[in-house]
Design a protein around this ligand. Structure first.
Ligand SMILES: Nc1ncnc2c1ncn2[C@@H]1O[C@H](COP(=O)(O)OP(=O)(O)OP(=O)(O)O)[C@@H](O)[C@H]1O
Ligand SMILES: [Mg+2]
Length: 250
C-alpha cells in the first residue's frame, strides 16, 4: 500500500521543498517507488531541484486542473537522470512556474476534488511505495483537504516566535483531522539553541511529537535549490537527520 506523506508549514520558506526532495531521494536510493507531487500551486518549485527548467516541462499540474490533459501526461520519470544505476523509481508531478499560470490559479482557483482524484490516480497507475506531497504554506481550505488524505504529516517550522504561534494554530486545526502520524520538524536550527528545552516546550505546548531537529546548513544555502541535498551531501549531519525522520515514518 502506498504511504502518503504530506510536508507542510504554516509560513513559507520553512524548508518544505528541500526536505521533500531529500526524503524522496533517500527512499528512491533504498529501491522504493516514490513520487513527489508539487501541490504548492501558488509557489511551486520541486522541478527546479531536479534540474528541470520551466521550458522543459511539456505539461504541468495546472494543465490537468484546467482539464487540458490527463494526470499521467504530467508524470516525469527522473530515475535515470538522478541515478542510472538505481533500482528504485522516482517520479515528479510538477506545477507551473509561469507567471501567467500562477496568476490564473490565484485568480480563478481550482477544483480541489479533481486534484485529489489525480493524486489517487497517480498512486494507482505507478503502484507507488510512497507519495510525497509538497504543500502550500498556511491553512487555507484547499491545503487542509490535501492534508486530510495523508498517512503522515510532517510539519516543518523555523525556531521563531511568529512562526511558533502560527504553527500552533495550524497544529490545532490538524489535530482535529484523522491523520495517523503527525510529526513536527524544527528546521534551520543553530548550534546555540538549547534543543532539550525546545523539545520539551514543543511536546508539551504544541502537543505533537518532535520528529527531528534539522541543523542550519551553510551547504544547503550554498546549494541554493540547484540540487537535492541528500544526494549532494550523503554524509552530512543534516542528511543523517533526514534519514532518522524517515525511520520514524516508514
Ligand atoms: N536546514 C537548512 N539550513 C539552511 N538553509 C535551509 C535549510 N533548509 C532550507 N533552507 C533554505 O531555505 C530556503 C527555503 O527552502 P524551501 O524552498 O525548501 O522552503 P519552502 O518551505 O518550500 O518554501 P515555500 O513556502 O516558498 O515553498 C532555501 O533557500 C533553502 O536553501
Ligand atoms: Mg516550496
Amino acid at each position: 500500500m502506498t504511504k502518503i506523506i504530506s510536508i507542510h508549514s504554516f509560513r513559507g520558506g520553512a524548508g518544505k521543498t528541500n526536505l521533500t526532495a531529500s526524503l524522496a531521494y533517500l527512499l528512491f536510493k533504498e529501491g522504493k517507488k516514490v513520487a513527489i507531487i508539487d501541490a504548492d500551486i501558488g509557489s511551486p518549485g520541486v522541478h527546479v531541484l531536479f534540474g528541470l527548467d520551466s521550458d522543459s516541462l511539456e505539461y504541468t499540474l495546472n494543465d490537468y486542473l484546467w482539464k487540458r490533459v490527463s494526470i499521467d501526461k504530467i508524470v516525469l520519470d527522473v530515475s535515470q537522470t538522478i541515478d542510472p544505476d538505481g533500482t528504485g523509481k522516482l517520479y515528479i508531478i510538477p506545477s507551473s512556474l509561469s507567471m501567467s499560470d500562477i496568476a490564473r490559479v490565484l485568480r480563478e482557483g481550482y477544483d480541489s476534488n479533481l486534484l485529489i482524484q489525480g493524486f489517487y490516480q497517480v498512486n494507482k497507475d505507478l503502484d507507488l511505495d510512497y507519495l510525497l506531497i509538497d504543500t502550500h504554506s498556511g491553512i487555507e481550505e484547499k491545503t487542509l483537504l490535501i492534508l486530510a488524505m495523508c498517512d503522515v504529516l510532517l510539519t516543518i517550522m523555523r525556531p521563531d516566535k511568529q512562526v511558533y504561534q502560527g504553527t500552533s494554530v495550524a497544529l490545532e486545526v490538524e489535530k482535529q483531522m484523522d491523520i495517523p502520524v503527525r510529526l513536527l520538524l524544527l528546521n534551520k536550527v543553530l548550534p546555540a539553541i538549547d534543543t532539550d528545552s525546545v523539545k520539551k516546550e514543543i511536546e508539551s505546548v504544541l502537543e505533537v511529537p518532535l520528529g527531528g531537529i534539522l541543523p542550519f546548513s551553510e551547504e544547503m544555502m550554498l546549494l541554493g535549490s540547484e540540487g537535492i541535498f541528500s544526494k549532494e551531501y550523503p554524509d552530512h549531519p543534516l542528511t543523517k537527520v533526514f534519514q532518522d525522520v524517515l525511520e520514524k515514518v516508514k
